[in-house]
Ligand binder design. Structure first.
Ligand code: ADP
Ligand code: MG
Length: 260
């Protein structure tokens, strides 16, 4: 069992992700204001917010593309500032923009990622095969990524994010631009990882219909967390009948349901 799997399974151990009192400004413009988010293990958390809410900026802080100068960020208990190696080793990320190499095969993309994480060749090959099976692309391992559809290349990015066996997964608007079928398949793969492997997932989206009743909802609006909790509470806190109504009542703005 890897160290990451071991700390995913240890009882009473820290949450997958804790963001506590984090703010961020670009020049004079404050885009995150005292943001706190906790994602327990085995939880699918939806980071819901319109374009410009601050979702990707939060991801850049969690992944240490930006330094968090205020507050604290912990991945499986490891502070990203004080123990960046230990923290980032437990984190898998699917960024908003595509980051796989189109001219490499699926397997080559995964093996390269594994090499960056210091995995030996045979272990890397074994994990690549497992990861491609999870995203249902085993039969395409030797194909170049450029021959895949948008949804399939998203699935390669998910497979790659699993190669170092993270306990926490961040996905930034992973379904944008996908047709309904591809979108469903990407969502159900990630939900399967939460249910079967106990990963903590933070799923950023502006699409309110991606919320399911069991999810944790974190509503980010203009850099502030306006709500954090489960769906029944989300509705009860506003007296709304639907998530879209609750969103509108809390933010004063209409939610987006479908990708344009
Ligand atoms: P989201 O991912 O929710 O759409 P972002 O985190 O990308 O939101 O952006 C939040 C706000 O920060 C927006 O107003 C955006 O214009 C601004 N912003 C994002 N990145 C930068 C940057 N590098 N420099 C200046 N402003 C930025
Ligand atoms: Mg974004």
């Amino acid at each position: 069992m890897s160290e990451t799997q071991a700390d995913t399974q240890a009882a009473g151990s820290p949450p997958a992700l804790v963001v506590s009192g984090v703010s961020h400004s670009f020049g004079e413009k404050r885009v995150l204001d005292n943001v706190s988010v906790t994602v327990p293990r085995g939880t699918f958390a939806v980071l819901l917010g319109l374009n410009g809410a601050g979702k990707s900026t939060l991801f850049s802080l969690i992944t240490r593309l930006y330094d968090n100068v205020s507050g604290e960020i912990r991945i499986l208990g490891h502070d990203v500032r004080r123990r960046p190696g230990a923290a980032l080793q437990r984190l898998g990320v699917v960024f908003q923009s595509k980051t796989v190499d189109s001219d490499l095969s699926l397997q080559q993309n995964l093996l390269y990622h594994a090499a960056l994480h210091g995995l030996g060749r045979s272990e890397a090959k074994k994990r690549a095969a497992e990861a491609l099976a999870i995203v249902d692309l085993s039969d395409r391992a030797k194909d170049k990524v450029r021959n895949l559809s948008g949804g399939q290349s998203r699935r390669v990015e998910i497979a790659r994010s699993l190669m170092h066996q993270p306990g926490c997964l961040l996905l930034d608007e992973p379904t944008v631009g996908l047709d309904i079928g591809s979108r469903e398949s990407v969502i159900s793969i990630v939900r399967g990882l939460v249910a079967r492997q106990g990963l903590g997932v933070l799923w950023a989206t502006h699409l309110i219909d991606e919320i399911q009743p069991t999810d944790l909802i974190v509503l980010l609006h203009k850099g502030k967390v306006l709500f954090s909790g489960r769906l029944p509470e989300f509705l009860a806190s506003t007296g709304a009948a639907t998530p879209a109504d609750a969103f509108r009542l809390l933010t004063g703005t209409s939610a987006t349901a479908e990708a344009a």
